[in-house]
Write a protein that binds this ligand. Structure first.
Ligand code: NAG
Ligand code: NAG
Ligand code: NAG
Ligand code: NAG
Ligand code: NAG
Ligand code: NAG
Length: 437
């Protein structure tokens, strides 16, 4: 609110004087204090507020004071209400000051209020009432849906302000320049600022602000926060289970879906087959309480929204159940490593893996089925064979020594080695066994 003092007028001097300018000024200075005068103050007030309209009097001599509204309707006639409008109240009438108030000011109250003094000659002063309308928090209108790879067109609107508010778009503290437009609605203004920004998926949820600035807000601003809504086609991914699945296991396959809008429905299906009856769908999850080999197959998860569709598949393989007959606790096999097996099965394992490399269940089963007696028998046979071969070799060498005493040294060395091995006993024979195998 501001108030400006306007200087009052003084009475005109009666009669005519033929004096020099200098003399006239002197006379005026002498007479002025005796003149009646009125001064009015300009006023600015916020809409809905209360305006004080003041008329200052000088040398008031009891004349009638009239206050009129901009349409020159008399509000008060020397202190008496003339116009029936309760919003106007006379609050003060002294020989120095007449003051009225106007409550709940609206823009239609704007204009010049007359402070009039009825004297020999009529004097009046005008107090100009200005009404300021600060903007409300602006509104964001979406002119064009923001689709990934396209552009978002947003308009920030401040429908009513006086004087016109200033709008600006901000993102991360930086201004985005927009196309401004202003419309005059009689006393107030409607202003808008339109921006077009390219959008990507990552912009979804980005924070934008539209700020309205106005002199009546004394440096503060009215801010509308807006979150960018970027539409994009869905993505779908089935989170694969870790580990090998066997009959009787439970499995829940979860389909993680993105997309804006988020697809409302997630469709599970089995390729070239119907979904098993026992498989339960709950939201994004497909649940099998007890797996069986009939569940083998490729499962498909599909989702769609208005901007596209997506699918992912998972191939389920259910392995045979493990029947654990040994006391050795088996560690749960992981999908990347070969199943860990008991040391005693090393002789048989490679064969079985070669036959059925995709079935670790079968391998483990073989391990438990091998009788220990067979292993013992095989070992005994091996040791027996080694001993036999050694005996035959030594016997041959003895005979050779006898027959060909002039044989080359190399041959002798060779047989000497064997002899030595034989004499060294069991340890050496164990080593030999490996060579012969
Ligand atoms: C009061 O307002 C009116 C209208 O805006 C203007 O013409 C006049 O000069 C103002 N008076 C003063 C003293 O500023
Ligand atoms: C006008 O009102 C003032 C203040 O109440 C009073 O002193 C004055 O006599 C009145 N004038 C007339 C002409 O009634
Ligand atoms: C203020 O004036 C407006 C119209 O100008 C009216 O709608 C509103 O009810 C008034 N408020 C009060 C408190 O009188
Ligand atoms: C698999 O083996 C375990 C342990 O031997 C047993 O409890 C389970 O019932 C078996 N499941 C099936 C489907 O045979
Ligand atoms: C489904 O069946 C078709 C035709 O019988 C075949 O070509 C395709 O490979 C099958 N798909 C799967 C995943 O089994
Ligand atoms: C299921 O898949 C496993 C692993 O490939 C296989 O051993 C088994 O024979 C399959 N069962 C059926 C019924 O297809």
């Amino acid at each position: 609110m501001w108030s400006v003092r306007s200087s009052g007028l003084c009475c005109l001097l009666p009669g005519s004087f033929s004096l020099t300018l200098h003399s006239l000024v002197l006379v005026l200075l002498f007479i002025t204090p005796r003149c009646q005068a009125v001064q009015a103050e300009n006023v600015t007030v916020l809409e809905g507020g209360t305006a004080q309209i003041s008329c200052r009097l000088q040398n008031y001599d009891g004349s009638i004071v009239v206050i009129q509204n901009p349409r020159r309707q008399t509000l008060f006639f020397n202190g008496t209400r003339a116009l029936k409008d309760d919003r106007f109240q006379m609050v003060l009438f002294t020989p120095q000051l007449v003051r009225i108030t106007l409550t709940n000011v609206s823009v239609s109250d704007e204009g010049g209020y007359f402070c009039q003094l009825y004297t020999d000659s009529t004097h009046h002063q005008v107090a100009t009432l200005s009404v300021s309308v600060p903007p409300e928090t602006p509104i964001v209108e979406v002119k064009q849906q923001a689709v990934e790879g396209g552009e978002a067109e947003l308009t920030c609107v401040s429908p009513r302000s006086k004087p016109a508010a200033t709008l600006r778009w901000m993102r991360n503290g930086r201004e985005i320049s927009g196309v401004l437009s202003q419309q005059d609605n009689g006393k107030t203004f409607s202003v808008s600022s339109t921006i077009r920004i390219p959008v990507e998926r990552k912009d979804n949820g980005a924070a934008l602000n539209c700020e309205a600035l106005h002199p009546a807000l004394s440096g503060q601003k009215r801010v509308r926060h807006y979150r960018l809504d970027v539409y994009f086609a869905p993505t779908v991914r089935i989170v694969p289970p870790t580990g090998i699945l066997r009959e009787g296991d439970s499995l829940s396959l979860t389909c993680s879906v993105t997309g804006n809008p988020l697809p409302r429905e997630i469709l599970w299906s089995k390729i070239n087959d119907t979904l098993p009856e026992r498989a339960e769908k709950s939201g994004p999850t497909l649940q099998f309480s007890r797996l069986s080999q009939s569940h083998n197959g490729t499962y498909l998860c599909q989702a769609q929204n208005n901007f596209g569709r997506a699918a992912d598949h998972y191939t389920l393989l259910v392995y045979e159940n493990v029947s654990i007959t040994t006391t050795v606790p088996t560690t749960p096999p992981s999908p990347t490593t070969q199943p860990t097996t008991h040391p005693t099965t090393t002789l048989i394992l490679p064969k079985r893996i070669a036959q059925d490399p995709k079935d670790p269940g079968a391998v483990v089963e073989t391990h438990s089925a091998v009788p220990y007696a067979v292993i013992g028998g095989v070992l005994a046979l091996l040791v027996f064979t080694v001993i036999c071969v050694l005996i035959v070799t030594i016997w041959c060498s003895v005979r050779q020594k006898g027959s060909y005493l002039t044989h080359e040294a190399s041959g002798l060395d060779e047989h000497g080695e064997v002899q030595e091995a034989f004499l060294n006993g069991n340890d050496a024979s164990q080593g030999k066994k490996e060579y012969l195998l």
